[in-house]
Write a protein that binds this ligand. Structure first.
Ligand code: ADP
Ligand code: GN1
Ligand code: MG
Length: 360
């Protein structure tokens, strides 16, 4: 009898019989597999996390719309659309994804000549990722935002994330509340400042743009030879959002001197050289579409994304690790602590960050 994974694989229009299947990448949300066919073609097969993404059809319509749009823009600019954006593989029935008792699965062509990094090897890598995310946003500048499904409502609405933390504290589903008093206090001490960006958005000071919303370093593929940022991936959260949050989430993850789950907090600092490199790359990639207010608020975007991510890890720890993939029981708490350490670093280095932004 055919096992479940085989049945999923059979449903996609791959070129040649799949002969090898291996776990791949280090994303926190989806289950990612690398497939190799008899013809030596490789594919990424992903089981979408439907706890996180409750509308896989809407999500895949976004991915379809965005990749088709990007391909056209890339061709206009004389680029290679198959290299510079994701190409997904339809099912044999012509659907955007496979939906069955085995879950919701989608497949992409594997970009075997590009690489994803979990940490920048040098400021150059980080500059390159900034340029790619900036370009991504510039390319989507004329995308019809009203056609996008909101795949995760209130995704970067920090006050709403604060509310979720309050709910997690109240429920204390994991019974861990007693052990995280210090972290909870740290987060709640910043509650009053958590609405700054949403308020400016409501006042029309900060415009909504079509943004990526998950701009971790490992969500852009680089050319291993030239070091250039080529292809932005992980398009699941492309939605109307804040440009300063795309900037900020990259800084949160990539401008730290340590990994997101480093246990030794003395190793976790904000690296201003990396901050500088990313700022330069992002602004170049954006082609100066950002308003003076947006530029001025780039450091705030970094601070807010780091605080928000810390809150999300902490809330998930209290909820019993239902959202982010964890390798061990304290994983989410360790992650929350690195984020809060970075928040503190950003508060201390605010003037230096502002001076770097002013340079460009
Ligand atoms: P998650 O939402 O779990 O982060 P991603 O879509 O980011 O899932 O995929 C996880 C990892 O798989 C990426 O960080 C990258 O290393 C790799 N990956 C995903 N798609 C591709 C692709 N088309 N080509 C090459 N590598 C890919
Ligand atoms: C998740 O999917 P991945 O690993 O690229 C998360 C981001 C967080 C990040 C923290 C859909 O990103 O929002 O910032 O983990 N994605 C989703 O590392 O929640
Ligand atoms: Mg990812």
């Amino acid at each position: 009898m055919m096992n479940e994974l085989q049945k999923v694989i059979e449903s996609f229009a791959f070129d040649g019989e799949v002969v090898k299947t291996e776990p791949f990448g280090s994303g926190h949300i989806n289950e990612t597999l690398l497939l190799t066919s008899k013809k030596n073609t490789q594919y990424i097969l992903q089981k979408m996390n439907t706890y996180v993404f409750t509308d896989p059809q809407g999500l895949m319509e976004n991915v379809f719309g965005v990749t088709e749009f990007l391909k056209k823009r890339i061709v206009e600019q004389g680029g290679n659309p198959n290299r510079e954006t994701l190409t997904f593989i339809q099912t044999k029935d012509g659907d955007l994804y496979y939906n069955g008792p085995e879950g919701a699965w989608r497949a992409y062509r594997f970009q075997s000549d590009l690489m994803a990094l979990n940490a920048a090897r040098s400021p150059r890598d980080f500059y390159a990722s900034g340029k790619a995310f900036g370009r991504f946003q510039a390319l989507l500048g004329s995308y019809p935002a009203e056609t996008l499904h909101e795949t995760i409502p209130h995704f970067h609405d920090t006050p709403a994330r604060m509310k979720q933390l309050h709910e997690a504290i109240e429920k204390n589903a994991s019974g861990r509340l007693e052990t995280v008093k210090e972290e909870v206090e740290f987060a709640l001490a910043r509650e009053d400042s958590s609405a700054i960006v949403m308020d400016l958005q409501e006042q029309g000071v900060l415009p909504l743009r079509v943004t990526h919303n998950d701009t971790k370093l490992n969500n852009v593929l680089l050319d291993p030879e030239t070091g250039e940022g080529i292809c932005v991936i992980d398009l699941d959260t492309v939605m109307p959002g804040q440009a300063i949050f795309d900037f900020g989430d990259s800084i949160r993850y990539g401008a730290s001197t340590a990994a997101e789950d480093e246990k030794d907090l003395s190793k976790v600092q904000l690296d201003l050289e990396l901050f500088d490199a990313y700022t330069q790359g992002f602004l170049e990639g954006c082609h100066n579409v950002l308003s003076p207010a947006e530029k001025d608020l780039l450091p705030t975007g970094a601070w807010m994304m780091t605080l928000e991510c810390g809150i999300r890890f902490l809330a998930d720890y209290l909820n019993g690790d239902v959202y982010f993939k964890c390798d061990y029981p304290e994983h989410n708490l360790v992650r929350a602590r690195t984020q809060f350490k970075l928040v503190q670093e950003m508060e201390e280095k605010q003037d230096q960050m502002q001076a770097i932004v002013a340079k460009y």
